[in-house]
Design a protein around this ligand. Structure first.
Ligand code: PLP
Length: 553
């Protein structure tokens, strides 16, 4: 697009920032500048051009130079101090008119004060840094308004291959709609508490009682009582030779996934990760400089990992394999046979096994969960679990990892793990104080996953409702609270699953996560969280059916 008119430059800058007209109106209002819907729409369509003060506001919001926006002069991304001429013009025109008192203070209220555009979050990823060398002022000096512009503040290139779309653009759009007063039916995040799943009373009582003893840092791996209880849990799960030194607590499993990969990977090291996956695994492999190589989980085989595909993807750089069992997003539970197959591959290639078992206490239909490490006493394994899901305390942030197998082989790696754990001091101590209570005695979660229990009944309802929609099929989850249905992409002409999620959100106010967010490469799946009560699930499934009855992309 040749940017030879104001409206084209405006549309281009909006696209570069991922902003819509509503965003301009909202952000301008936060700056104290009132813009009407039709006013903005006229700018965007080229029917009118804004007055100087509005132009200045738009340029600030879009992080572009006002002179570029106005007449295409210079570099759009030469941010920094607005020229004195522009500032003076704005002050002269804006004073007492469109700018309210709050915005005046943002732009400088005294005659000779430098005018600095408000700082706001920009998401430009492809913009080259300004070629002009910045002049860094001495801290005690006021910045000279005529000094060369400062370069934009950009995110690290380490994040270039990092994606976490479960909370990405579709969820952000839902948040924008909610902020504008629209009610959204949310089936997107596995967070039990907002859906009425309450923490067991005993757990809360015990945390309260111990709170005053939890004021200091603990040992960086965690409290003795917590690690002892986790060690005993490992014994029950058949994980051999675990001592208290092999147990590390974390601020959720999330923190430990990050630590375990950061301590291991050199640039270019490969880790086998399932597709679909819980995307934090792929994100953390890439953040640590490694490469996530995805192996297929096969929907035709109840979403079990395809062992041949795993074998075909091993290279001399493969260091580890990630197993997510029970699985998020598919709800699959792997059989002993499948796990033995994975373990055998790891054995042949000397791979570390990372087994994420956070849903191991949410297994339904009488099936048994088998810890991968229990089948691999001769392999170095790291087993992850926590209380977020089984005890409905996702907000308390408590998880753990357990090292097992030939630890002598991993001596150096363990030094790395210890160093990173020391650097974060310790995990949340009040949350550690409830581990012993939570893992012992009556397990209230068992009531939820038995016939008649909420998780069980919601799973059955959503499974049947999804399969009753023409063009949708889904494998029945055996554990957890996710289902990963398939869309008949030919029928709906779907080529972009994120667009499908956005269209459903806009049309029916239902929020789901598109399959791509779980590193699933075809645009033919989405994830539903079945934590809401059946009445709510009924409403959302009706809306989905209604939407799909006519939807064509
Ligand atoms: N692993 C899996 C498979 C998950 O689904 C989640 C959260 O949804 C986590 C780990 C992170 O859990 P935590 O709350 O312990 O950080």
């Amino acid at each position: 697009m040749e940017l030879n008119s104001f409206d084209k430059r405006l549309r281009w800058a909006m696209e570069a920032q991922g902003m819509k007209q509503a965003d301009l109106i909202r952000l301008a209002s936060e700056m104290g500048v009132k813009l009407g819907k039709s006013q903005v729409s006229q700018y965007v369509s080229g029917k009118t051009a804004p007055r100087k003060e509005v132009l200045f506001t738009l340029a600030s919001i879009l992080s572009v130079e006002p002179s570029w926006l106005q007449d295409g002069a210079g570099d759009p991304f030469a941010p920094g101090v607005i020229s004195m001429a522009a500032a003076a013009a704005v002050q002269a025109e804006g004073r007492g008119s469109k700018f309210g008192s709050s915005s005046r203070s943002k732009f400088g209220s005294a005659e000779n004060e430098p005018i600095v555009p408000p700082v706001h979050c920009a998401t430009i990823t492809s913009t080259p840094a300004s070629p002009v060398a910045p002049t860094v002022p001495f801290p005690e000096q006021e910045r000279d308004p005529l000094a060369a512009p400062l370069p934009p503040i950009t995110k690290s290139t380490k994040l270039d291959n990092v994606l976490y779309d479960v909370r990405g653009p579709v969820a952000e759009e839902a948040a924008r709609m909610e902020a504008a007063g629209t009610q959204i039916l949310k089936l997107n995040i596995g967070n039990p508490a907002p859906f009425g799943f309450r923490t067991p009373d005993e757990v809360i009582y015990d945390m309260r009682t111990q709170l005053t003893d939890c004021e200091g840092y603990s040992d960086s791996k965690g409290l003795f009582s917590a690690r002892k209880a986790i060690m005993q849990y490992a014994q029950i799960k058949g994980i051999p030779h675990v001592t208290i030194e092999d147990v590390y607590t974390g601020n959720g499993v999330s923190e430990l996934i990050n630590i375990s990969l950061s301590a291991l990977l050199d640039n270019g090291d490969e880790v086998l990760v399932p597709s679909p996956d819980y995307p934090l695994w792929t994100a953390c492999v890439n953040l640590a400089g490694g490469t996530a190589v995805h192996y297929i989980c096969d929907e035709q085989a109840e979403w079990n990992p395809d062992l041949d595909d795993i074998r075909s993807k091993i290279t001399p750089r493969t260091k580890a394999i990630v197993v997510i069992n029970p699985n998020n997003p598919t709800g699959a539970l792997y059989s002993r046979e499948v796990l033995e197959g994975i373990v055998e591959i790891a054995r042949q290639h000397g791979l570390i096994v990372f087994s994420d078992e956070i849903y191991d206490r949410l297994v339904m239909d009488g099936f048994e969960h088998i810890s991968t490490a229990s089948l691999a006493p001769d392999l170095f394994c790291v087993t992850f679990s926590g209380l977020s899901k089984s005890h409905m305390v996702a907000g308390y942030r408590i998880g753990w990892m357990i090292l097992s197998g030939p630890k002598w082989r991993a001596k150096d790696y363990i030094l790395g793990l210890n160093m990173l754990c020391n650097m974060r001091m310790c995990s949340n101590v009040p949350a550690q104080s409830i581990v012993q209570t939570a893992l012992g005695g009556h397990q209230s979660v068992n009531g939820y996953i038995a016939p008649g229990g909420r998780v069980y009944e919601q799973r059955d309802f959503v499974y049947e409702a999804l399969n009753a929609i023409p063009g949708v099929t889904a494998v029945k989850p055996k554990a957890g609270f996710y289902i990963f249905p398939k869309l008949d992409v030919k029928r709906f002409n779907i080529t972009d699953d994120e667009q499908f999620a956005l269209d459903l959100l806009h049309d029916q106010k239902v929020l789901i996560s598109h399959g791509g967010a779980f590193n699933w490469k075809q645009p033919d799946h989405f994830r539903v969280v079945f934590l809401p009560r059946v009445e709510v699930l009924e409403e959302t499934m009706d809306k989905l059916a209604q939407f799909l009855a006519t939807y064509r992309q």
